[in-house]
Each structure stands twice: as structure tokens, then as C-alpha cells.
Design a protein around this ligand. Sequence first.
Ligand SMILES: O=P(O)(O)OC[C@H]1O[C@](O)(COP(=O)(O)O)[C@@H](O)[C@@H]1O
Length: 331
Amino acid sequence: MDRNLALELVRVTETAALASAGYMGRGNKDAADQAAVDGMRKAFSHVSIQGKVVIGEGELDEAPMLYIGEEVGRWGSGDRAVDIAVDPLEGTVLIAKGLPNAIAVIAMAPQGTLLHAPDTYMKKIAVGPKAKGLVQLDAPVEQNLKAVAKALNKKIQDLTVIIQDRPRHDALIQEVRAAGCRIKLFGDGDVAAALATCFEDTGIDVFMSIGGAPEGVIAAVALKCLGGEMQGKLNPLSEEEIARCEELGWHQEKINKVLTLEDLVASEDVFFAATGVSDGDLLKGVTYLENNQAKTHSVVMRSKTGTIRFVDAIHRLDKNEILVEMMEKHR
Ligand SMILES: O=P(O)(O)OC[C@H]1O[C@](O)(COP(=O)(O)O)[C@@H](O)[C@@H]1O
């Protein structure tokens, strides 16, 4: 895929972040999400791809924009056919409460290569490049943690495991504590949490959680670019979710299968871009500057070359056509 698409994708996540950041701390997660969706969709119309949303805001009946199956991009005759996975505002509650780690995020891959994950829960494990190939989602927790400690040349007591703070993880938390590791609990945003395992500065060594399956596919694209490892397994928690899986052709045998990184993302030529909405471990959030300007901090990655770029940008909110429209609508 054309390497210049990387910068195009950053423009899209920047626009989503800028559109939604004004809602920080205002207690309205739906309005913040809608703003991010608006911004992302608008910015996509300038990108030279024939994109189809495979992970989006839901089915057409529940999501009028960026719904699964929606065509995005310019759709010119020479444009590349691609699968698009979006989470315009990953961590809607985080923005509503003004908490850290909300991001706007996109993953892109050649057509037909991203897993069409149903919108149910998924059990996930992620580790950075040094521990790649050494963990097994279904293995005992302690066994995985010992393997990671060995790969990182750390004492098991010095490993930090990041887990979403939910009652469904009580037993997991007990097991990680019993193994002797440190734990960092996070409120929301498991894409950022999985990514953190690949950046030493974050101090996070392992990600273990049950979170959204769509977020699992998006994170897997990033882990592929970063040379890390991620595995997942659908984990429908209610009768309704099981029915939803069946409706989409996920029968018990398929649900029980551990999905490897290759199952989640079947291509070596994928892109991932994210822009911070609120300050986080990896990305700074949107900040507003004098003279109607705002600053964004993003990361964009391409698996083919393994390049990881951090992009700082200063935007004129009164000059850029799309941003002017977003500011009128959402500020
Ligand atoms: O809040 P739940 O039901 O535990 O779901 C977990 C999911 O929610 C999130 O924390 C945030 O998702 P939203 O941005 O859609 O609110 C995800 O990162 C995670 O996968």
C-alpha cells in the first residue's frame, strides 16, 4: 500500500480528536463520540482509498455514520481497496470525565484481511516484541508471566501487568497477584493499554483483559506494526452476545478458538494511526493555544517497514475548512 497513506490517516485521527476534545469533562460521552465520528468521516472523504468499514460504530440500523459496511474514502478508479477499522473515540467515558488515555484511532489493511469481529467481548493477551511467541492465551496466568519475565530478563515481582478495572477480572487479578506481579488497573481504553506493552517507557510489560472484540482487532494491527504479540478469543458474556455471535456465523467451535495475531490481521502490510484526545501514557492530548490554534500528538505505524512516527501538529481552527465546520458544530 502507498506509504503516503500513513500521513493521510493521521489527518483523519487528528480531525476526530480535535472535533471531540472540546467535550472533555462535560459529562456527555455520546456528544463527544458523535463529534469524533463526524470529524473522522469528514476527513476520510479526502483520502485516496476505496475503503470499507469492517470494524465501526455498529450496524447501519444503530449507527448512521461509520457503520459496518460503509464506504469511506475518495473511491477514485486507481485507489486501493482496503478494510478500515475505526474507533473515533476510544474511551468515551474518559473524555466525558476528563480522564487520561482517550484516543482517536484507525487501522487499515488490504481488503479482506481484517477479522470481522462481532461486537461482543474478547479475552486478550498482548506483550511486546521481546516476549513474542512466548505466551499462550489459554495457558495458566503464572506460566505466561514467568515466560515474559524470563524474556525481559526481569524478576517476576518487577513485571507490571495492565488489566481493565472490571469485576469480571477479579479472579485474574487474584492470579496475577499470587504470581507476585505488579498490576496497573485502567478504567477504559484497552487499545492504548495493549499498545503500551510495546513501549518500554510506559513501564507496562503485559496486557491481560476481557474487553471489546472490535478493539481487539484494532489493537492487533498496532501490535503487528510494533512487532509485538496479541492473541484473542471471543468471550460472549450474555445470552444476547452468544445469539449475536451465532447470527454472524460464529458457532461454538469458532468462538472457542484462540485467535492468533495472523487470525486477527491476515496481512503484513497494515497501517495504524492514533491521536491523543486526553493526555495519556503514550500520547499527549489536544491542547488549545493562542490565536485559535490547537496542538495534537499522534503516532502512525506501518508494518511493512516497521516505521513508527510520532507526529506533533499545530492546527488553525479558523482556517482549515473541515476544522472550521467541526468547531461550529461541536464547540
Ligand atoms: O465498559 P466495558 O463494557 O467493560 O467494555 C470494555 C470496552 O470499553 C472500553 O473501555 C471503552 O469503549 P468506548 O470508548 O466505546 O466507551 C474499551 O476500550 C473496552 O474494550
